[in-house]
Structures are given as C-alpha cells and as structure tokens.
Design a protein around this ligand. Sequence first.
Ligand SMILES: Cc1ncc(COP(=O)(O)O)c(C=O)c1O
Length: 347
Amino acid sequence: MAPATAPTGGSGFVDLRSDTVTRPTPEMRRAMAEAEVGDDGYGDDPTVNKLEETYAQRVGKPAAMYVPSGTMANQVALRVLCPPGRLAIAGRRQHVVIYEAAAVAANAGIQIHPVDDTDGTIAAADITWAIEAASHHYPEPGIVCIEQTHMPSGGVPWSLDAVEAVVAAAGGLPVHMDGARLFNAEVVTGVDAARFAAPVTTVMSCLSKGLCAPVGSVLAGPADVMEQARVERLRLGGAMRQAGVIAAAGLVALSTMVDRLAEDHLRARRLARAVADRWPEAGCDPDSVPTNMVIFTHRSTDAVIDHLHGEGILAGTIAPGVLRLVTHHDVDDAGLERAVKALASAP
Ligand SMILES: Cc1ncc(COP(=O)(O)O)c(C=O)c1O
C-alpha cells in the first residue's frame, strides 16, 4: 500500500489510512504497566498464556499462539500446513497474496494459485478446478486461504455458508482463515467468531487493528498443528520473552473492544455516502460498505490524497487508482464530519 505522509502522533490529523493506526487505550496502558510476566520461551509468561487460552476459547480451537504480527501468523500457518512446491489457493487480492512482500514464496517455497475474489469470497468451483487440474499437469494444491473480512473488496464479511462451501470443496486440504478482522465480521453478521472458525483448520486474528492493541496477532488451531507452529515461529524469529507486557493489551482488546466495532461500521457508511455523493462514478455504494473500509477508484489518487492532507485528513491507496478510507476507534464523530466536509470539496 502506498504510504501517505506520516504525521507525528497526536498531530490533530484525522487518520483514515488504516485501522492499524489506533493507539492503545488508557485501560490497555494500565494493564501493560501491571502485567505479570515470565519467559515465554519457557512457556512461563502467565499473561501470554492467558491471552492464548482466551483467544483459543473465543474461536473454539484447542490451542493458540501469540505472534508479533498478522503477517507472521499467516506465514507460520502456511509453513506448517502446506509443503513446499505446492499451491496455496487464495483470492487474488488477499493480504497473503499481495501485501506480504511475496513472503509465501520466500518463506515457504509455496506458489500462489490466485482465483477471482471480486465480491470478497472465492468460489468453491475454482477450488474444485484447481484440485482437478493437478491430474492435468498442474502443480498440486496444498492449502486454501480465505480472508475474513476481505479488505480490498471493502471489508466484506464471508457468510458462514460461503466458508462451509469452500471447506467442502477443499476436500482433505487444510484451510487457513486470515481473520485479521474476524471480529468485524462477527459484529456485522451476528455469527460468533467460533462458528466462522469451526470449519477451517487454522484461524488468525489481529489485536492491533480495530481492537487497538499496540502489537500482536493470535493464531489458533489443532494442538498438534500449534505445536509445530511454535517451531515455525521460532524459525521466523518471532519467539518472544516477557511478551506479557504487550499481551496484556491484547487481553483488554478482546474483552472490551469488539462490540464497539459497530460504531466504526456506522461511520464508514457515512463516509461512503460522502464519497458516493462526490464521485457517483467511483464504484462506492454505501449500502455495500458492511464494516470499516471505504474503497473507491479515482483517476488521480495523489490529487485526492494531497487535498485531504491539506484539510487535515490522511488517506491512502491499496492499488493503482484505488483509494481507501478506514474508520477505527481514534476517529470520532467530529473527525468524521471533518472528513465528510473535505471529501465534498475534493478534486
Ligand atoms: C487482511 C489482513 N491480513 C493480514 C494483515 C497483516 O497484519 P500485520 O500488519 O500485523 O502484519 C493485514 C494487515 O493490514 C490485513 O489487512
């Protein structure tokens, strides 16, 4: 994603570049200061252990593991579940395909088999096709990856039926859910994270996006898979020591920050209305903005970003000609109205 000019923290900008820009809440800072810690390399950090147990329970999996980032959670899952030289079937715009600096190839020796993800989901028929193609000189698939919610289509949640259809089409292949924003999906659909995660092999969620923790993601799955995941985390340099200091904020994130995501969704819809009013041709239908992402096209994204910057609003791009505005905890109604006003006068 193209970086916009970064402001200094607390500069008064309304930062709509991403939901990763949130700062920890006062409750998180207190929990971090008071966290009980130990050496997680020995499994001795009680706060990390509690976070892993809490997330595993929340997504209905036997075990979980704390990692520094969502990218590492995806990479670990792929290294454990898919042998090198196999295909990872994934939507062509998923994070694991586009935004991880080709890490799947570099870290795991896996080739991506990209399939259409225009509406945010991938079709069961495309998975069936890729599996059958292995009998016709194509490489053999080793895993299917899905993204819940799907960021580039506008934070669109998968339905439970769609998840189940993909898992059924995958047959015996493992399925990894990049649930960086799984809790946005839970809030907007009313379907528990555990129900979304039940059909898939592994699931990861980010605590550092709309949930406001400063660092960290959690990967969950079967106990034997997670045992191997700890080895792969070590190999990638992601094993930490007194990580309870940051895990403490993750626990606050899971217990206090999920329900409020509904506010971000409402504000995103208001922003989408402003975008649709200003550029009716930009492909932004406010009724199709289910969560916290507003994605739209413009022939001169730099001109829009510069204009918004001049009005105290930060925006970014996710592809050539594609702009993104993201709502989150640190954007309140006053900030939103500033952004709406700035959009109305944008070029
Ligand atoms: C859908 C999705 N998956 C994974 C990630 C990676 O998370 P991280 O930035 O913590 O590596 C992101 C980050 O924005 C994301 O949007």
